[in-house]
Design a protein around this ligand. Structure first.
Ligand SMILES: *Cc1c(COP(=O)(O)O)cnc(C)c1O
Length: 385
């Protein structure tokens, strides 16, 4: 089956509210990152439905323009890519429960491993599947992130456990950087890489030499830390979003996603009126208020209004008025007007103005990753390019 993609998420949509995903931007970003990573290969990390952009669409665009690997968090996400006809290597970034080993082997996902229990389950699944070639796995070492991965001291034993199973092959060795986006933690990142290198040397002494070494995420690549090895795992940068404030402008990236809607209703309200639940937004003067058909159930955080967020209407920034409600939000146009049906940009460009996911992240005291992952399944994705 050829890889396939329908042009819009399924089902009819009547509400004029959507996320536009520019696949040309994804291709551009992929090419920029692949060039930066070379001679290391580029993995496009498309977990969490491609950070809200649509995993299959982004995966296909990235594979067309320089990525050679894909990365996912869940077996379910790997299956979605396989069902779309994608055949290349897909790294499963964390161990699933051992009872998922059969499906990992069956769908030829490349698992990250770090426990004896899962390694043994995989070997059994590979044997049961009657594979001819050994099944490739990557061993993950925790060098300081303290999330998943084995202790560096355990790595040789686990590598030997993989080697003892004829059904398995240790193709890769990896770690994950905890703070590569933060220049104040550059020493910590360097220490993580030193620990990683020590594990590599220790394995080499046991004549275990995995072909692929990898440590860098987007920040590891863009910060210039010597973390590229043979493979770089990029998520956020692929979508055109800098991993953190210190890396704004570190590469020529284009945001791929914009969040758009059309004005649903326009009201003219007198000075002194108060708007939305809790009546916490006061009109200082007679004003036009536009109603936008998107709310916190779509991923537009409720507190954005009170945090001072703006939207673009008619090419200008306008403040959200009051708290965002579940399905709708209000915008204060002051003495200006607009019409029902006018385009509203919540994130993205309109005319000369642009609102980025990073701007929302700052208002919400979070990171842009959370902003794009929050855009819910109720919002149809429209693909361009
Ligand atoms: C999510 C993830 C990445 C990608 O991180 P970005 O910061 O989005 O580039 C890389 N490696 C692992 C293990 C991850 O979980």
């Amino acid at each position: 089956m050829a890889p396939s993609l329908t042009n819009e998420t399924t089902g009819p949509h009547y509400r004029p509210a959507w996320a536009e995903v520019d696949l040309e931007a994804v291709r551009h970003n992929t090419a920029v990152l692949a060039a930066r990573a070379a001679p290391a290969h580029l993995m496009a990390v498309v977990k969490a439905d491609g950070y809200g952009h649509g995993a299959v669409a982004v995966a296909l665009a990235a594979l067309e323009s320089g990525a050679t690997w894909l990365g996912v968090a869940l077996v379910e996400e790997g299956i979605e890519l396989r069902e779309a006809g994608i055949e290349g290597p897909i790294l499963l970034l964390s161990e699933p429960p051992p009872d998922a080993a059969d499906v990992v082997v069956g769908t030829a996902l490349t698992p990250v491993v770090y426990t004896r229990r899962f390694i043994d389950a995989l070997a059994k699944a590979a044997a049961d599947a009657g594979r001819v070639e050994p099944f490739p796995v990557h061993l993950k070492v925790d060098t300081g992130m303290h999330r998943v991965g084995c202790d560096p001291a355990e790595a040789p034993d686990l590598a030997r456990a993989v080697r003892r199973h004829d059904e398995l092959a240790l193709e890769g060795l990896l770690t994950h950087l905890a703070a590569a986006d933060d220049p104040a933690e550059a020493d910590y990142t360097a220490a993580q890489l030193t620990r990683f290198e020590a594990v590599r040397r220790e394995l080499a002494r046991a004549r275990i030499r995995p072909a692929l070494l990898h440590a860098a995420n987007s920040a590891g690549l863009l910060s210039g830390a010597p973390a590229c090895f043979s493979l770089v795992r990029c998520g956020i940068a692929l979508y055109g979003i800098p991993p953190g404030p210190a890396l704004e402008g570190a590469a020529d990236l284009r945001p791929a996603l914009s969040l758009r809607a059309r004005v649903a209703a326009v009201r003219r309200l007198p000075a002194g009126e108060r708007i939305s639940y809790g009546l916490r937004y006061h009109l200082e003067s007679d004003s036009t208020v536009a109603v936008v058909p998107m709310g916190y159930a779509d991923g537009v955080a409720r507190r954005l209004g009170e945090a001072g967020a703006q939207v673009l209407i008619g090419g200008r920034r306008r403040p959200m008025a009051g708290v965002v409600t579940m399905d709708q939000l209000m915008v204060d146009l002051g003495s200006d007007t607009c019409e029902p049906g006018d385009e509203v940009v919540l994130v993205g460009r309109q005319g000369d103005e642009e609102i980025t996911a990073s701007e929302w992240a700052q208002l919400l005291s979070t990171i842009p990753y959370e902003v794009c992952c929050s855009i819910g399944p109720r919002v149809p994705r429209r693909y361009r390019g």
